[in-house]
Design a protein around this ligand. Structure first.
Ligand code: 5GP
Length: 139
């Protein structure tokens, strides 16, 4: 299927829709998920237009993994959680709801209770406060 340039992450990348940013470099952007599965849930997206990981260039995939690792280290420290759950869905059949490739980075413990995927809208002020804590922990 052709890439949809109007999907929400494409609009965030163009700056026509808002996001609460955590990190940006030439190839990737990381921002807070507005419907977090757990506190500190960050999304890492490539700037390259690609619907799934398999549509992404090797360079784009490498950039995503680099940023996902960086964010994983920072959320672990910022939220004081010993575990980090990372997921990445490809295609509606796998549960992907936004058709622009992305990685979910979710700090956790064995006791973490997860909200169901993309259902509970978080408070923007709280997300901004958590984003500031994560940014402060970026190496
Ligand atoms: P997917 O289902 O495609 O793997 O994940 C999409 C993610 O994007 C979900 O976790 C959902 O909560 C998040 N999401 C959906 N719309 C928006 C939005 O407008 N802004 C942000 N920051 N996250 C969104």
């Amino acid at each position: 299927m052709a890439y949809d340039p109007d999907n929400i992450f494409a609009r965030i990348l163009r700056g026509t829709s808002p996001c609460i940013p955590v990190y940006e470099d030439e190839e990737t952007l990381a921002f807070m998920d507005i419907m977090p599965e757990a506190e500190g849930h960050v999304l890492v997206v490539p700037k390259e237009p690609a619907e799934t990981l398999f549509d992404l260039s090797e360079r784009g995939a490498q950039a995503c993994i680099r940023t996902t690792r960086l964010i994983g280290i920072a959320v672990k420290k910022a939220l004081g959680k010993p575990g980090v759950y990372i997921s990445q869905l490809n295609g509606a059949e796998a549960g992907q709801t936004v058709p622009h490739c992305h990685f979910h980075v979710i700090p956790c413990t064995a006791e973490t209770t997860y909200h169901p995927h993309a259902t509970v809208r978080a408070d923007d002020e709280e997300l901004r406060e958590i984003a500031a804590r994560i940014r402060a922990c970026l190496a």
